[in-house]
Design a binder for this molecule. Structure first.
Ligand SMILES: C[S@@+](CC[C@H](N)C(=O)[O-])C[C@H]1O[C@@H](n2cnc3c(N)ncnc32)[C@H](O)[C@@H]1O
Length: 216
C-alpha cells in the first residue's frame, strides 16, 4: 500500500504538474458548468487544476490525505486561508476553495451538498483494484443525482510496470460505473512517446482516456 503521507514528506510527487491538465481545458465544457458552480476534486494533492477551475469562475472542494499538500497548495499559489476542525478533518478554507485534509472515505454528502461536478485526475488510478471499487461506491454515495464527472485514466500492460498510477482500462471503468452512472468515452489515445518513464521500462503502450460520466 502506498504511504502517501510519507511521499509528500519526501517530496516524491512525480504526478504533480505545474500547469493545468490539457484534458481538463479541452473537455471542461462536458461538465456543463455555470458561473459559481462547485466542483469536487477527490484526492486533490496540490493540483494546479484547482487553480484553473477557480480562475474559470467556479468554486472547488478538494479532499486530500496529506495536510502538507494542502499547506503547499495555499502557500505556492499565495492564497490566504483559514484552518478549522470539522468531523475528523482539518479544513483549509479560502474564498472560492476549501480543501478537506483527511480521508476521502470519511467524507459525507453534507460536506459536498453544493457540488454539481467531479473532476478526477489521478484519483481512481492512484488506488489499487480493491480500493477502486470502494472509491466508486463511496463517491456514488456522497454526490447528488445529475452530478457530472470528468474522469482521466491511464491504461498500460500492468505486468510490465507496477503502479501507482495503476492501469485502468475501459472495461473496468464501465464495470465500476455501471450501476448508477451514464458513461461516455470522450477520447483515448496511445501517448507512449511522451512518457519516458514507461519507455525506459519497455512498456508497449500507455493509453490516456477521458470519460464524461453522469450520476442518474
Ligand atoms: C497521484 S496523487 C494525485 C493528486 C492530484 N489529483 C493531481 O492530479 O495532482 C494522489 C493523491 O491522493 C491522495 N490520497 C490517497 N489516498 C487518499 C485518501 N484515502 N483520501 C484522501 N486523499 C488521498 C494522496 O496523498 C495524493 O496526494
Amino acid at each position: 500500500m502506498t504511504d502517501w503521507i510519507q511521499r509528500w514528506k519526501d517530496n516524491k510527487i512525480g504526478w504533480h504538474r505545474d500547469v493545468p491538465n490539457s484534458k481538463l481545458i479541452e473537455f471542461i465544457n462536458h461538465l456543463q458548468l455555470s458561473p459559481g458552480d462547485t466542483v469536487f476534486v477527490p484526492l486533490c494533492g496540490k493540483s494546479k487544476d484547482m487553480i484553473y477551475l477557480i480562475r474559470q469562475g467556479y468554486k472547488v472542494i478538494g479532499v486530500e490525505l496529506s495536510a502538507l499538500a494542502a499547506k503547499q497548495f495555499f502557500a505556492e499559489n499565495k492564497i490566504v486561508y483559514q484552518v478549522t476542525q470539522e468531523k475528523g478533518f482539518e479544513v483549509y478554507r479560502a474564498v472560492n476553495i476549501c480543501i478537506y485534509s483527511g480521508d476521502f472515505f470519511q467524507l459525507t454528502s453534507q460536506q459536498l451538498s453544493n457540488v454539481v461536478a467531479v473532476y478526477d485526475r489521478a484519483a481512481l488510478i492512484a488506488l489499487p483494484a480493491g480500493l477502486r471499487v470502494k472509491y466508486v461506491q463511496h463517491l456514488y454515495s456522497i454526490i447528488v443525482k445529475g452530478c457530472r464527472m470528468l474522469l482521466l485514466t491511464l491504461n498500460y500492460p500492468q505486468s510490465q510496470i507496477s503502479g501507482p498510477p495503476y492501469a485502468v482500462n475501459k472495461d473496468e471503468v464501465v464495470s465500476l460505473y455501471n450501476d448508477g452512472f451514464e458513461c461516455q468515452l470522450l477520447q483515448c489515445f496511445n501517448d507512449i512517446k511522451n512518457e519516458p518513464k514507461f519507455q525506459r521500462s519497455n512498456v508497449d503502450f500507455i493509453e490516456k482516456a477521458t470519460y464524461c460520466l453522469r450520476k442518474y
